[in-house]
Ligand binder design. Structure first.
Ligand SMILES: Cc1cc2nc3c(=O)[nH]c(=O)nc-3n(C[C@H](O)[C@H](O)[C@H](O)COP(=O)(O)OP(=O)(O)OC[C@H]3O[C@@H](n4cnc5c(N)ncnc54)[C@H](O)[C@@H]3O)c2cc1C
Length: 211
């Protein structure tokens, strides 16, 4: 709800609960029959996996993702593993698999490394369990939302938390410092606002709109 409010403040028209039916080069038509004109379309609907040839055909499921079990083994194999966005562990609890998010890939990576070490020592593998620490998203300058299991918050504090968590997730001290300085320069120079590619329209007295 807060994200939607922020986007509206930034001048974005959001169409919810409808899909794009077609685009003919100038007119976008939605499933509900409504349409609007635009010469620019940035298509971000969905990410598709690029699995390798040679995997069992029935291990490739929706979105070209590779079906895996709780040990990250590719369905129908015991010595091939898949983790991250390209892999999906479908269970009753998660019929669509886990979300394609960085923490899922990171946790699976660490877990698989531990399991491979266990196998080398002749021990059995342990099943993977995803620890959902919550989600956060940044929308613009000092605008972010953080949704933890026990606490939801937004605004400047959420934006600072978002930056801190993302900087701390970068590998290596140098990368952390470079990203931090880069973001600070962008913030103070307005060169390229953090994650923001749009600005609200300013309406002049004669009613014309400009960025
Ligand atoms: C625009 C965008 C924003 C996102 N924002 C967030 C966010 O805010 N928070 C969050 O948690 N997640 C976010 N995600 C999702 C997150 O980036 C992914 O979940 C995460 O990167 C998955 O890690 P991965 O290692 O599985 O895949 P990737 O990070 O995609 O790594 C796969 C790598 O494999 C390489 N590759 C592909 N094919 C081959 C091949 N044939 N041979 C060799 N290499 C190959 C690719 O070049 C790539 O480097 C975002 C994703 C996108 C696209």
């Amino acid at each position: 709800v807060k994200s939607l409010e922020y986007l509206k403040q930034l001048g974005v028209n959001v169409f919810l609960n409808t899909r794009v039916r077609e685009y003919d080069g100038s007119l976008i038509t939605l499933e509900d029959g409504s349409s609007f004109r635009t010469d620019t379309v940035i298509w971000t609907a969905g990410v598709k996996g690029a699995p390798l040839e040679g995997l069992p055909a029935d291990s490739i499921v929706g979105g070209n993702r590779i079906a895996i079990n709780e040990y990250n083994q590719v369905a129908g194999t015991t010595n091939i593993f898949a983790i991250g966005d390209v892999a999906t562990h479908i269970t009753e609890e998660n019929p669509k698999g886990l979300p394609m998010l960085a923490p899922v890939a990171q946790q699976q990576g660490r877990h698989l490394a531990k399991n491979l070490k266990r196998v080398m020592k002749g021990r059995s593998m342990l099943p993977f369990e995803y620890l959902d620490k919550g989600v956060m998203a940044t929308i613009g300058r000092r605008k972010a939302v953080v949704d933890l299991k026990v606490w939801k918050f937004q605004g400047t504090f959420a934006w600072l938390v978002w930056m801190f968590v993302h900087i701390m997730s970068l590998v290596g001290f140098r990368n952390k410092i470079v990203a931090f300085l880069d973001w600070m320069v962008n913030y103070f120079t307005y060169d390229r606002p953090l994650g923001l590619i749009i600005r609200p329209y300013k309406r002049s007295e004669n009613g014309s709109e400009s960025l």
